[in-house]
Each structure stands twice: as C-alpha cells, then as structure tokens.
Ligand binder design. Structure first.
Ligand code: ASP
Ligand code: MG
Length: 421
C-alpha cells in the first residue's frame, strides 16, 4: 500500500498540531508513506510581503517582516522542543542566514526573486517536522522537493517537467520507500534544470502530493484539513454548509477551476490519470469518514455548491476611438495578461468593450494598466466579489445577490457566475 499524505501549514502551527501529525503518521507507518507539507500558518503570505518589500527596497519593512517570520518559527520550535539547547535551533539559524543572504542579492526578475524567497516557507516547516519525527524514532527521510520536482523556468507558476521528475522520484524517493523509510518533502516547490528554486502557484502543495502519487502509482492521496472534508460552501461564510461525501474528479476540477480554495486546480489531473482516489480528511477527527474524490459521478448533481472569491477587479477595456474591440485587439490584451501572469476569472465581450475579472494584486494591476493604457481606454472597479454556483436555481441566485449590485452575470446549463458588490 502506497499513500501520499499532505498536511497543510495551518495544522502544524503549534506543538499539539505537530504531535497530531506524528500520531497520524504513526498509524500508517507500516505502509509506504510519503508526507508532503506546506509552510506554517500564514508564512507564505508573510514571505510574499517580504518579496514586495525587497523589490521596493523598503529596508525597514524587510527587517520587520524577517524578524516576524523568524519569531514564528522559533516560537513553534520552542513549543515543540522546549528551551534547552537542541540541534533544531542551529538548523533554523542556518536557514534564516540563508534567507537573509537571499535578501541581500540583486534581482532583476521579480518572479525569480519570489521563488527564491517564498520557497523558504516549506523548507522551514519540513525542517521542524523532520526534527520532531526523527527524535521520536520514526524512520524519517527528508528529501528536498528541489531534488524531486523538476520544472521549467516559469517562476511563480512553474510547469512540471514530467520526464525528469519521474526519473528523480523513481530513483531517489522510491528507493527510500523500498528501504521502509518514510519520506518527508516540501509541497509547492521544485527546481528548474539549473537548480534554482521554483514554485508551482499558490496553494500548490496538494498538486505536489498529486504529482508524487501519479509517479509512484500510489493507492491513495490524503489531504488532511482542519475542516470535516469537502464542503459545498465555505463554512466561514455560510452557516448551512454540508459535507460532500463523494464527488467525481470532473466535479472537483470544476470546483477548483472556479476557485474553491479547498483544492488546488492542478491537483486532480495527476490522480485522475492513474485513477487514484483523493481523500479530504478531518485532521481534528481522523476517524470520521473522508470526502472521496474518484471517478464516481453519482452524487455530483445532488447538492448546490457555492464558491466565493473576494478582492476581484473588473477591468473594462475599450478602444480609444470607440471602435469595436476586435480580434487583433484581443490578441494584444491577452498578451498583456499573460505577460503579467494574471489569471482571468471571468470575461465578457460587448460591442465597444471587453471586460475582464481577475484577482486584485496591486503590482500586477499597475503593470497591466501601464501596458494597456496607451492603446486602450480603461475603466476599473475593484473590491468586487465573484460568486459561482454549481447546479443553481433562481432561489439561490436571489438569495446571494439580495441588496447587491450585479456587475456581470454569466450562465451555463450547470453554472452561474455573478460579479457583485
Ligand atoms: N504554502 C503555499 C501557499 O500558502 C502552498 C500551500 O499552502 O499549498 O500557497
Ligand atoms: Mg500554505
């Protein structure tokens, strides 16, 4: 039996969480087990801030943020290992020295800078978990994702080089599993052919687990979460949510595509290709039934599912002379989006304008506007919310848009998307 487990960083934020991760691993330690972790708590967000300050030469904030990230990890280590001298502190210090050195470098590619800095989050969390498991007698072997997941050089959204990754995983990781070692590795990250760190896109740790499972032909992937399983809507926003016991790969891809944060969009394909079931299980109640994602479509249309994305921008692009926006303009517009690596969530074409909705990201928006401003007339609304409903009816649309202004609406047979404020 080969299993790939992914533990999110929210689960490992204190000593109790780390102990619980260990107790789950213990239950399955006699199987071939790969453990993928992401960065602790909000570390990735803090590292993103650090990149922003670094690129803006904002030294005061670089220092402040660095200290804060360092403190979070030392506090976690202290809660796990106590105050006495312990090898973990030297190891953490060494890693923070590396991060500090990284921050002193000159970068001329902001995407490259991002990957070199943000990838520290997963290295730090795996370092702490490795020490704990090691100390508690687990046959743990930590392998750097940079030596397993080989990607291209599309920094911040690197594409997996499947052939090289296959080779790396089969020669290194599989060998360790065959020696009955439990392999621990970092999610979300990899390296290009030159050994530079790369990242796979935010929330990409699930994807890492799926890549490894695909190559190992694993029997299952389990994503441990601090929610009971896959829910039909975010329980933090809605109070009558229900747990989905099973959904198909196809439905999961749809949900992820529309932004369901519980699952990374790229995660499904690698497991679907090998028909590997994906379990979403409750970390707090490990014995409860998981949500199962498999080829079983029987319950897909049984429940309405709602996905809400905040902080959306709607950019309306018109031509300067009020002419139609036609194919040749669209090519230009899409080129600009692709260059700024902006993912389009929704778009609509009318006679004199082309409207595009995407996640608000100040730096990217600025760069985009700068690029399009000369050729086009731009108008934008920000602070919008994008609501997607699978298997909608009028009742739910009315309920969710009550008292709100609808900026854009798009319907297909099974899905409606509403951009509101
Ligand atoms: N730590 C990364 C992020 O927050 C990857 C992940 O959590 O899956 O985006
Ligand atoms: Mg994370």
């Amino acid at each position: 039996m080969t299993r790939v487990f992914k533990f999110g960083g929210a689960l490992m934020k204190d000593a109790e969480g780390i102990e619980k991760v260990a107790s789950i691993i213990k239950q399955y330690q006699h199987d071939q087990l790969v453990v993928v972790v992401s960065a602790i708590g909000k570390t990735t967000n803090a590292l993103e801030e650090l990149v922003r300050f670094k690129l803006g030469d904002d030294y005061a904030n670089i220092e402040k943020t660095f200290i804060q990230i360092r403190r979070t990890h030392f506090e976690l280590a202290e809660s796990v290992f106590g105050n006495a001298s312990h090898e973990i502190y030297d190891k953490l210090n060494a890693m923070f020295t590396d991060l500090n050195n990284e921050l002193k470098k000159e970068f001329n590619d902001r995407f490259f800078a991002y990957d070199q800095i943000v990838s520290f989050g997963e290295r730090l969390s795996s370092l702490i978990l490795n020490s704990y498991l090691n100390e508690n007698g687990f046959p743990i072997r930590t392998m750097n994702a940079a030596s397993l997941i080989v990607t291209n050089e599309n920094y911040t959204a690197a594409k997996v080089d499947w052939e090289s990754t296959d080779k790396a995983i089969k020669t290194k990781l599989l060998t360790a599993l065959e020696k009955n070692e439990i392999v621990l590795t970092q999610g979300f990250t990899g390296a290009d052919q030159f050994g530079n760190n790369t990242t796979l896109g935010r929330e990409g740790s699930d994807f890492s687990a799926a890549i490894i499972a695909n190559i190992l032909d694993a029997d299952e992937v389990t994503i441990w979460k601090n929610v009971p399983g896959l829910m039909n809507a975010d329980p933090h926003r809605f109070n009558d949510t229900i747990k989905l016991n099973k959904i198909s790969y196809h439905e999961a891809i749809e949900l992820a595509f529309y932004g369901a944060s519980v699952i990374h969009p790229k995660t499904i394909q690698p497991v679907q290709q090998k028909n590997i079931p994906l379990f979403v299980r409750s970390f707090n109640d490990p014995e409860s039934a998981p949500s199962v994602i498999s080829d079983d479509t029987s319950e897909d249309d049984q429940f309405q599912k709602i996905i809400v994305k905040d902080d959306q921008v709607l950019l309306s692009i018109g031509s300067r002379d009020l002419a139609f926006i036609a194919e040749e303009n669209l090519t230009r517009i899409f080129e600009a989006f692709s260059k700024q690596k902006i993912h389009v969530n929704l778009m609509q074409h009318s006679a004199v304008s082309f409207s595009v909705c995407f996640n608000e990201d100040g730096a990217k928006l600025q760069a985009l506007v700068k690029e399009l401003r000369e050729e086009f007339q731009l108008k934008y609304n920000s602070g919008l919310q994008l609501i997607t409903i699978r298997f909608y009816d009028d009742e739910i649309i009315n309920k969710l848009t009550e008292g709100k202004k609808v900026f854009l609406e798009q319907k297909s047979r099974t899905t409606v998307q509403l951009l509101v404020r």
